[in-house]
Ligand binder design. Structure first.
Ligand SMILES: [Zn+2]
Length: 118
């Protein structure tokens, strides 16, 4: 078995492209400033969050975000999780995006007695 091609030997003097940044997929949650119909969030995944958000900001990449944009509703990145499509699917299956959205008032439970008293 010959024929192993080892091309792309670095050429002296020519900068080699940096190795691709560790492409780790990430699941992200967008929180809409106002709900669109009954959608208040968008969950997606990408391996290039910055590019993906730029797409969404331009109304690309998601039909929901396109209509949200057309309706003049803004959104913010609420949080991310490491993971890809499977993670996204699992999160969507759980439902209740607002329950894991920090912008929706999810806050750590206060367990300190007295602190929370009026
Ligand atoms: Zn939210």
């Amino acid at each position: 078995m010959t024929g192993t091609t080892m091309t792309a030997a670095p050429v002296r003097g020519i900068p080699v492209d940096p190795p691709p940044a560790v492409v780790s997929p990430v699941v992200y949650l967008l929180h809409f400033d106002q709900a669109y119909r009954h959608a208040g969030h968008y969950t997606g995944w990408t391996s290039d969050l910055r590019a993906r958000l730029a797409d969404h900001a331009a109304g690309r990449g998601s039909r929901l975000l396109a209509v949200v944009r057309a309706a003049g509703i803004g959104w913010r990145l609420a949080r991310t999780w490491p993971g890809g499509r499977d993670r996204e699917r699992a999160l969507k299956r759980q439902g209740g995006a607002s329950r894991r959205c920090p912008l929706c008032g999810v806050r750590p439970r206060l367990t300190v007695g007295g602190e929370d008293r009026r």
